[in-house]
Design a protein around this ligand. Structure first.
Ligand code: HPA
Ligand code: ZN
Length: 326
């Protein structure tokens, strides 16, 4: 349709994408074969059937298990190259992608192999698609502060290639305050800061991300809408929220996309953006997310253009590059 073509053609940035969450079942099988890794599925259909999640933890258990097929620098390159190809086809011109080094270093994969493979694909995406990209190194919040510090230390030789640190994995019981010191250390090294907050966790976790972590963006942020003072704070600061509609549906953050608050966020003056989170697991890439939310909430072209504009103003691109995309 006309709106489909408009969405695909709309230049956009993707700001909330876990590269491990872009591992499609067919690549999972191919890498399992290439690396001689056993996986608990007989077919791609069986994999897809397992992607029925009641909450965030159900998803994370399967997501970490799937990542076990990723072993070599070439695997990380192939993974990211597949994502960049799909993103380019969706009209993404800039992508700030998260990776979870601890998921791999815990299995004995060298940090260097993970990041060098991703950097290979990023250079290739620039060359083949003219796409710019940046890396966000996410700490797993179910692990300790000490382990996050160790990961920051491992990243030291590549800090010029990392734009920001992030915070992901099991939210409930792992509040932002647990990582206040490591985020302060990352800021001191010149890194930007983002954190998942208010996906399953309460509004207080969003306050903590702002006041204790001093984040530059909030990933998700849905539950901020439960707290009027917090809404006012986020709006006053012009804080970007990286919202992920199909993720919210698959992880039961919303019961139905028809009840999704994306347009409500815009009406409240919040800088909401649309992102795919873990597209291989949640049923679609970024254009699918725009299409799904447009259909479910009756968004028009102006709304969609505002969301795309927010993706650039909320990005970590330099001001002149942002201006060039508006
Ligand atoms: N939330 C928390 N951790 C994650 C997610 C998410 O949506 N995706 C990958 N790790
Ligand atoms: Zn996420």
């Amino acid at each position: 349709t006309d709106l489909d073509a408009f969405i695909t053609g709309l230049p956009k940035a993707e700001l909330h994408l876990h590269i491990e969450g872009s591992l499609e079942p067919d690549l999972m099988f191919a890498l399992a074969r290439r690396n001689g890794v056993a996986i608990p599925y007989a077919s791609v259909d069986e994999v897809r059937a397992a992607y029925d999640f009641g909450n965030l933890q159900d998803f994370l258990d399967i997501y970490y298990a799937g990542a076990d097929v990723l072993r070599t620098r070439a695997d990380f390159r192939d993974l990211a190259a597949a994502y960049f190809d799909r993103a380019a086809a969706d009209g993404v011109v800039h992508a700030e992608i998260m990776f979870d080094p601890q998921t791999h270093t815990a299995r004995g994969i060298p940090f260097a192999d993970v990041i060098e493979g991703l950097l290979d694909a990023m250079a290739d995406a620039q060359a083949r698609h003219g796409m710019t990209s940046a890396l966000i190194m996410s700490f797993l919040r179910h692990l300790s502060e000490e382990e996050a510090f160790a990961t920051l230390a491992q990243a030291q030789p590549w800090l010029d290639h990392i734009i920001a640190v992030g915070l992901d994995s099991s939210e409930l019981g792992h509040p932002p305050e647990k990582f206040a010191r490591v985020f302060a250390a990352a800021a001191e090294k010149g890194l930007k800061l983002v954190a998942h907050a208010g996906e399953e966790g309460p509004p207080d976790y969003v306050w903590q991300a702002l006041d204790l972590l001093h984040v530059d963006r909030i990933d998700h942020g849905n539950r901020a809408l439960e707290d009027g003072a917090l809404i006012d704070r986020l709006a006053a600061e012009g804080m970007t929220l990286t919202v992920c509609p199909l993720s919210n549906l698959k992880l039961c953050v919303v019961g139905d996309l028809a009840d999704h608050p994306i347009d409500g966020m815009l009406e409240l003056g919040l800088k909401a953006t649309v992102n795919s989170d873990d597209p291989a697991y949640f049923g679609g890439y970024v254009a699918d997310n725009y299409r799904a939310i447009a259909a479910a909430r009756g968004l028009n072209k102006d709304d969609l253009a505002a969301l795309a504009r927010n993706s650039f103003t909320g990005s970590f691109l330099p001001a002149d590059a942002v201006a060039g995309h508006l």
